[in-house]
Design a protein around this ligand. Structure first.
Ligand SMILES: O=C(O)CCC(=O)C(=O)O
Ligand SMILES: [Fe+2]
Length: 353
């Protein structure tokens, strides 16, 4: 077992250090408070307020402690340090399911180049046979690509996908409670067929002094996202009044943000927080791992029954002709992949570009 394998190196949540205060202005919550009867209601209430307000929380007590995060980030770094030939052997151009490696400069956000390289993972599934008149998002289901040089990646990151699914789904149950609903409110849209995804991300130094776009400003399209980041920093959150707040790295703390499909389900009560990543300066680099808690591709999103006091504060889904949010979840995810990965789109979905 390699030093980067997480077997044996995992510490339980009870050994995680307690982080007491938010250092960034983004509310800090401890997921252990949700699992303890006396603090459950308070956790759900604070989560609801953050989801409605800034659309971001810092989360501790989630079970992936600082040491394990370091090991996971190291394994991601080892992938990005492989010879280019080996990274390109698992390039996502070979995958109709948008899995595998994307070289820096190949991904677009807002039509502009993101200066980051990535490795996309999803649940390991057989591809779905589809006819010409079937929805193209059926193609998002399928197997991953793994680099033969790092066989430990498959078990480590598939385990992480499952583990962060558990963390994310707990947060979603707590949010349902905070919204005055039953905890199982979202269960029909999730479960084993839900479309959780993981991105390993490497932000090299900016290519030119002017090019600051590591990841352009965007909202995530699913329900909620969880980011494990190294110590470099660069992730920033829209403060709602034209400025950006740093989601500064804190050991053992992950960043949670909410996505457009959850915003749609709550009639705009939950805010899909805009965010971006600023490229590291010339002498630095950044590694992060982003997990996306997405529903089933065939989930038909209907409005959740908010209590009247919250319903009056729901902002409604903002109509954006350039970025429609669809009620069939798979359409949102397909739109996102097609927009961000035009080469893969042209190769595998030429009728839909
Ligand atoms: O790298 C990060 O910190 C965030 C990445 C992100 O926002 C995304 O991939 O959607
Ligand atoms: Fe994002």
């Amino acid at each position: 077992m390699s030093e980067h394998d997480d077997g044996g190196g995992r510490s339980g949540g009870d050994r995680e250090e307690k982080v007491e205060k938010s250092t960034t202005g983004i509310p800090l919550l401890d997921l252990r408070d949700w699992h303890a009867p006396e603090s459950r209601t308070d956790f759900a209430e604070r989560l609801r307020a953050a989801a409605h307000g800034i659309g971001f929380v810092q989360l501790t007590g989630h079970g992936v402690d600082a040491r394990r995060s370091g090991e996971l980030l190291n394994l991601a770094r080892r992938f990005f340090a492989l010879p280019k030939r080996e990274r390109l052997a698992v390039e996502n151009i070979h995958s109709p399911h948008f899995r595998g490696y994307t070289a820096a400069g190949r991904e677009l956000t807002g039509g502009r180049m993101d200066w980051r390289e990535l490795f996309d993972v999803g649940r390991e599934r057989a591809p779905v046979a589809r006819d010409a008149d079937d929805p193209p998002w059926l193609g998002l289901t399928g197997p991953n690509h793994w680099p033969s040089a790092l066989p430990e990646m498959r078990p480590v990151f598939l385990d992480l996908l499952d583990e962060l699914y558990g963390v994310g789904y707990s947060v979603l149950c707590a949010l349902a409670a905070g919204l005055g609903c039953r905890e199982s409110l979202f269960e029909d849209w999730f479960g084993p067929e839900s479309h959780a995804r993981l991105k390993l991300l490497h932000y090299p130094p900016r290519p030119t002094a002017e090019h600051e776009q590591g990841a352009g400003a965007h909202k995530d399209y699913g329900f909620l996202s969880i980011v494990i980041q190294d110590g470099q920093g660069g992730l920033q959150v829209d403060d709602g009044s034209g400025g950006w707040v740093d989601a500064a790295p804190v050991p053992g703390v992950v960043i949670v943000n909410f996505g457009e499909t959850l915003e749609l389900a709550t009639g705009g009560y939950v805010l899909a927080g805009r965010h971006r990543v600023v490229s590291p300066p010339p002498d630095a680099e950044r590694t992060s791992i982003a997990f996306f808690l997405n529903p089933r591709l065939d989930a038909e999103i209907t409005p959740v029954p908010l209590p009247p006091a919250l319903a009056t504060e729901a902002r409604g889904q903002r109509a954006d002709p350039d970025n429609p949010v669809f009620t069939t979840y798979g359409r949102n995810e397909f739109k996102g992949w097609m927009r961000a990965h035009p080469r893969v789109a042209r190769r595998h979905y030429p009728d839909h570009v």
